[in-house]
Ligand binder design. Structure first.
Ligand code: ADP
Ligand code: MG
Length: 477
């Protein structure tokens, strides 16, 4: 007679509880759901690939014993993994991975895309060789490739160092590779290029791009949830860690401490670290000395303001990618007028296109001149809530009245939340005032909207795309 799987799993849990810390029990075992038991095979559902691997790596001996005790020598454990929102899967889906054959020495076939990586070796006999070590969404933006990164005198050193790192991550003297330079000069783009190229060259490596702010927030959350160690373990498992805008670590001692430990671990184990910053290490303020000295271990390479030819080439690449054509004189005029920031240069191009399609005018040098005049004059002005609402409505093709109304239609609610988010971010208005402008909501609603948007930015690529677009448009006013 077969035992009921829930009772069986409960028996297992009570043994596990006696053998692991309460924290580990809560973290790794409580989230597991028993799914079924058939022919001595117990299937349990785990929330992610990472989770499964963690169990296999840390608790295999314990699990093996317990299954043997409960199900006898033929007992086996199978995992059903709820896939993380991987590269393009819109919804989580469930796959079954037969694993942990507690009896046989041969491994079961694996019915998911595998990544054969024999050089790594197998750390325990129950991990299926070839299964990806960790399943981490790299957070890389495909457009920010080397192919789209125009080379010029301004970026030659940084670009070629990046290229060398991408060929042989962790294996060059450029570790860490620190890319620094002013706003809008391509630090983020280049950092992504390196990450993407590493994924191309070394598909087995776990690459992670993370902004320093996100790293900080995750760390604060980890402390709050009492899983500080999991946070550190997670980061110590990454093969290539890219941290954008490390200058924001300034003044955050605890974050610097934890980053220091992660850094040391990765560096000692031959993993690659790539950092960006708005200034070179010598000029960074509010940063611990020991961290600064490590930043200097590898190579610091700067990005400078691109020359006219490079600016033209960047505009042309952008137009080519978007399938646009502009008179040569217009391109030259733009490149000539906007000199210090590539993001602004691209912004001017987009704004010019928008103007021309809005007013049904063809793009002439005359139009470009008018636009640049306005554009350059306006950059210092604070944006207004009204303006933000207008851009958001245009973007989602919603009438403004609807956004300001009380309707709870899904698409309107989301647009309204986005407008609130940008209003909070880009104006000095109070939460209450923002709420009043957006359908007479109170400050708590606005706060909630900001949180929701932040969450979606972190978890939903398409949504992040919207926010990036809107950010560009709003900053352009
Ligand atoms: P930063 O992180 O230094 O502020 P970004 O990497 O965000 O700057 O770059 C701003 C914009 O300029 C991005 O859209 C990026 O694609 C573009 N850009 C920067 N440098 C180059 C380059 N060398 N070639 C093509 N596009 C570039
Ligand atoms: Mg950046």
């Amino acid at each position: 007679m077969e035992k009921n799987f829930e009772i069986l799993w409960n028996n297992c849990l009570s043994v596990i509880k006696d053998n692991v810390s309460l924290q580990s029990f809560k973290t790794w075992f409580e989230p597991i759901k028993p799914v079924k038991l058939s022919k001595n095979v117990l299937t349990i559902q785990v929330p992610s690939q990472f989770f499964y691997e963690w169990l296999e790596e840390h608790y295999i001996v314990l699990l093996k014993k317990i299954i043997k005790k409960e199900l006898g020598n033929d007992g086996r454990l199978e995992y059903s993994i709820v896939m993380e929102n991987a590269y393009n899967a819109a919804k989580p889906y469930t796959v079954k991975i037969p694993t942990t054959n507690l009896q046989a020495t041969k491994n079961e076939p694996v019915n998911m895309p595998v990544d054969i990586n024999t050089s790594k070796g197998i750390r325990n006999p129950f991990i299926i060789p070839g299964l990806k070590k960790v399943h981490v969404d790299s957070q890389l933006i495909a457009n920010y490739s080397f192919g789209n990164f125009i080379e010029g005198d301004c970026n030659r050193l940084a670009r070629s160092a990046g290229f060398a790192v991408a060929k042989n991550p962790g294996g060059t003297a450029f570790n860490p590779l620190l890319i620094y330079g002013g706003v809008g000069l391509g630090k983020t783009h280049l950092a992504h290029s390196i990450g993407l190229e590493i994924k191309n060259n070394h598909p087995g490596k776990t690459v992670l791009y993370v902004s320093s702010e996100k790293f900080t927030h995750q760390f604060i959350d980890a402390i709050r949830n009492n899983n500080h160690n999991d946070f550190i373990h997670f980061y110590q498992m990454i093969d290539v860690l890219i941290i954008d805008d490390v200058q924001f670590f300034a003044g955050k001692e605890k974050t610097q401490d934890v980053f220091f430990h992660v850094f040391n671990h990765l560096h000692q184990t031959g993993k690659q670290i790539i950092l960006t910053s708005d200034k070179p290490p010598v000029e960074m303020q509010g940063m611990e000395q020991r961290l600064l000295s490590r930043f200097k271990w590898g190579l610091s390479a700067d990005l400078q303001v691109p020359g006219l030819e490079t600016r033209i080439a960047i505009l042309e690449r952008k137009m080519y990618n978007e399938g646009l054509e502009l008179p040569k004189e217009v391109v030259e005029y733009l490149a000539y007028s906007i000199t210090t920031n590539i993001r602004e240069l691209e912004g001017a191009l987009i704004s010019l296109l928008a103007q021309s399609s809005l007013n049904k005018k063809s793009i002439t040098l005359e139009l470009a001149k008018q636009m640049i005049d306005k554009f350059v004059k306006n950059t210092a002005r604070e944006v207004s809530i009204d303006y933000i609402q207008k851009v958001v409505c245009d973007y989602f093709d919603l009438p403004m009245e609807l956004l300001k109304s009380k309707t709870r239609k899904r698409e309107v609610v989301q647009a309204r939340q986005i407008a609130m988010y940008f209003s909070k971010k880009m104006t000095k208005s109070s939460l209450a005032n923002i709420g009043m402008h957006c359908g007479g909501k109170d400050h708590a609603t606005v706060l909630h909207a900001c949180k929701t948007v932040n969450n979606l930015i972190d978890t939903d690529k398409r949504f992040r795309g919207y926010i990036d677009d809107l950010n560009k448009k709003i900053s352009l006013q």
